[in-house]
Design a protein around this ligand. Structure first.
Ligand SMILES: Nc1ncnc2c1ncn2[C@@H]1O[C@H](COP(=O)(O)OP(=O)(O)OP(=O)(O)O)[C@@H](O)[C@H]1O
Length: 249
């Protein structure tokens, strides 16, 4: 089996007396969508924050592409290719879709950027940014302000921005939130293709999307993984049905 891209090892985090992450171990393998589901307050977002680096775990390890990233800043993890997405606020809503992607690329190029030949520089940057918009199906919307895009288009623009970091893994926290049924279906199709760019750790409440996309599902309940397996295994798991899917036994 291929080496995991991302691996959590016995991660633990408490807020006061509340154990929000209680010895969580899970991994993400190349090419897969691994969904993390669980009822409200189970600790899914807190886990994503720990992987991205915005919350420090109390114990345990986070391995990403062979690095122990547990002590690294959010920015350093992002530079290694850990792309957290769907913080819509990270888009500049007054700027065009194209400009948003160009700014992200520019930020990544940082000081290695050459200031001479500005026209060439802009052309190269524009071409790369357009290529990313094409990859997410937004090339025709390049000149539209991010704030004027539909919900689903904005999510795809977020992905285009993330592609500028040449991600090696995506952390997607509730991408379907606020979408109507049609938008969810369209985004599901899009995410299905996105796994070819990099594997996806998907936190999502929309079970249609989860069962359509996931190769594996892990179920978090009061900070603990109570089950992990294929969609069919999770559907058939008695503990999961009782604890989470709300079905009486
Ligand atoms: N900074 C914090 N300080 C104290 N308690 C917190 C903090 N952040 C989260 N919690 C608590 O930790 C628990 C897990 O929250 P978390 O947001 O990770 O759950 P979740 O599974 O993502 O929920 P949802 O599905 O509703 O988004 C909740 O009881 C929440 O109230």
């Amino acid at each position: 089996m291929a080496e995991p891209v991302l691996a959590l090892v016995r991660l633990a985090k408490s807020f006061g007396a509340l154990k929000v992450t209680d010895g969580v171990s899970l991994d993400l393998r190349p090419g897969e969508v691994h969904a993390l589901i669980g009822p409200n307050g189970a600790g899914k977002s807190t886990l994503i924050h720990q992987i991205a680096g915005s919350i420090r775990p109390d114990a345990g390890a986070i391995h990403f592409l062979g690095h122990d990233v547990g002590q690294l800043s959010v920015a350093k993890r992002a530079r290694l290719g850990l792309a957290r997405s769907f913080q819509v606020s990270s888009l500049l809503l007054d700027f065009s879709a194209l400009r948003n992607v160009m700014l992200a690329l520019q930020a990544r190029q940082g000081s290695s950027f050459r200031f001479w030949r500005p026209v060439m520089r802009d052309k190269a940057l524009t071409d790369r940014a357009m290529a990313m918009l094409e990859r997410v199906g937004l090339a025709a919307r390049a000149d539209i302000a991010a704030g004027a895009l539909s919900h689903g288009e904005r999510r795809r623009l977020e992905i285009a921005v993330a592609l500028g970091l040449e991600p090696k893994a995506f952390l997607l926290d509730e991408p379907m939130a606020g979408m109507g049924p049609e938008g969810s279906k369209e985004l599901t199709r899009f995410l299905d293709g996105l796994r070819q760019e990099a594997p996806i750790l998907l936190v999502e409440h929309d079970m249609d999307a989860v069962f359509a996309l996931a190769d594996r599902i892990s179920v978090l309940f009061y900070g603990r993984i109570i089950a992990s397996g294929s969609p069919a295994e999770i559907r058939a798991d008695a503990e999961v049905r009782k604890a989470y899917l709300g079905e009486p036994q």
